[in-house]
Write a protein that binds this ligand. Structure first.
Ligand SMILES: Cc1cc2nc3c(=O)[nH]c(=O)nc-3n(C[C@H](O)[C@H](O)[C@H](O)COP(=O)(O)O)c2cc1C
Length: 201
């Protein structure tokens, strides 16, 4: 990792002014404020992707761009609305493109911190969707950050690029900060092999 961590944001919906995408943008802004470089694949970008299948990237410029960004990433932030109690098909399809990295030297999201954000009208869907997203990140060998942001969306929650609810705003900021903090941590500490075995007795 260079001294500037590269954090990739994936998520949103195709709704105009998607609250999920605005939440993601705020978390990415917090990552930038911590010194990261960021790239957003928002609702419009992920809606352009074909349904994932082996070989799907070959015919998809957007798919190739997404996979290239993931390969270079030091951390990710994924934001989904809760749809029927779970991750939306749109966001899951984008996540499925990570399969392209299955045979890379760094497999999937191995060792990468991943911040998670869920928006939904009710708490039940925020909780169940967040749990599902954590399972997905574990399956991909990533490290979900300690805080996952559960945002109860309501009209007027996001205005002029800001979150009007202080509790939600601070969750989004913390998710962005934690991804950068963990991206830096994992490269700063010496590994056991670098320091040699611990002396006995
Ligand atoms: C197909 C669909 C299913 C949804 N299912 C749920 C649900 O199970 N629970 C819930 O609280 N909200 C549900 N919602 C509300 C969404 O979570 C809400 O529209 C979303 O957070 C708004 O995100 P956006 O502003 O980015 O489009 C659903 C919405 C849609 C369109």
């Amino acid at each position: 990792m260079s001294s500037t961590p590269f954090i990739v944001g994936i998520g949103g919906t195709t709704s105009p002014g998607s609250s999920t995408e605005q939440a993601l943008q705020l978390a990415l802004a917090a990552a930038e404020a911590e010194g990261a470089r960021v790239q957003l694949f928002g609702g419009a970008a992920i809606a352009e992707l074909p349904h994932y299948a082996f070989g799907a990237v070959e015919g998809s410029e957007g798919g190739r761009a997404l996979v290239e960004a993931i390969r270079k990433a030091d951390g990710l932030i994924i934001a989904s609305p809760g749809y029927h109690g779970s991750i939306s098909g749109l966001v899951k399809n984008a996540v499925d493109f990570i399969e392209e990295t299955a045979k890379d030297a760094r497999v999937y999201l191995d060792g990468l911190p991943v911040g998670l954000i869920v928006t939904a009208y009710g708490w039940q869907a925020t909780g169940s969707t967040l749990a599902t997203m954590r399972s997905i990140v574990h399956a991909l060998r990533g490290w979900p950050t300690p805080l996952g942001a559960a945002i109860k969306s309501s009209s007027g929650l996001f205005q002029n690029g800001q979150c009007t609810d202080p509790g939600s705003a601070s969750q989004l900021e913390l998710v962005g900060k934690q991804v950068v903090e963990f991206a830096r941590l994992r490269t700063r500490l010496p590994s056991a092999t670098a320091t040699g075995p611990r002396e006995e007795g």
